[in-house]
Design a protein around this ligand. Structure first.
Ligand SMILES: [Zn+2]
Ligand SMILES: [Zn+2]
Length: 157
């Protein structure tokens, strides 16, 4: 009961954090941006722009695809949201304004996501790039496999 009562507060608190990041970066918190933020916060799994449109429609709201794509593009640039490479869907960032490249480990069985930052991994990737005479601006990578629960279910203890 307590858990249920607290949940809406937690969600709006996270939306509030993202709104603050938008504002400090000099972006206006328009109604469409707030609506997409709220859909991302409530989504249980990665959502496509079509999913976002459908979920908003269920609440009697309408945004066109171009608007949704532009908002997602902005959110990804600000690290408020990320694209999950293996399924193309978008998720809210779980690390807040943490510096570095945010990456995911994705369970191919249950779909659970673990977001992390690994500075050493970034350094290694940048070094590989330098060795090839390449100047890296950011890294995009993701690990696919089984989470510990799914691994245990499949292969025993
Ligand atoms: Zn993130
Ligand atoms: Zn799993």
């Amino acid at each position: 009961m307590l858990h249920l009562a607290l949940r809406p507060c937690i969600i709006s608190l996270v939306v509030q954090d993202s709104i603050q990041i938008l504002q400090t970066q000099g972006y206006r918190v328009t109604k469409p941006r707030r609506q997409v933020l709220e859909v991302l916060k409530e989504a249980k799994e990665p959502v496509s722009p079509y999913d976002i449109q459908r979920l908003l429609r269920q609440q009697g709201k309408y945004l066109n695809h171009v608007t949704i794509y532009r908002i997602l593009d902005l959110f990804c640039r600000l690290n408020l949201a990320h694209k999950v490479l293996s399924n193309g869907g978008f998720v809210k960032c779980t690390l807040g304004s943490k510096e570095g490249c945010h990456r995911f480990m994705v369970c191919r069985c249950c779909g659970v996501l673990r977001e992390f930052v690994d500075e050493e991994l970034c350094k290694k990737e940048s070094k590989s790039a330098v060795n090839l005479g390449f100047h890296t601006e950011y890294h995009l990578s993701e690990s696919s496999g089984l989470c510990s629960d799914c691994y245990r279910k499949r292969f025993g203890e």
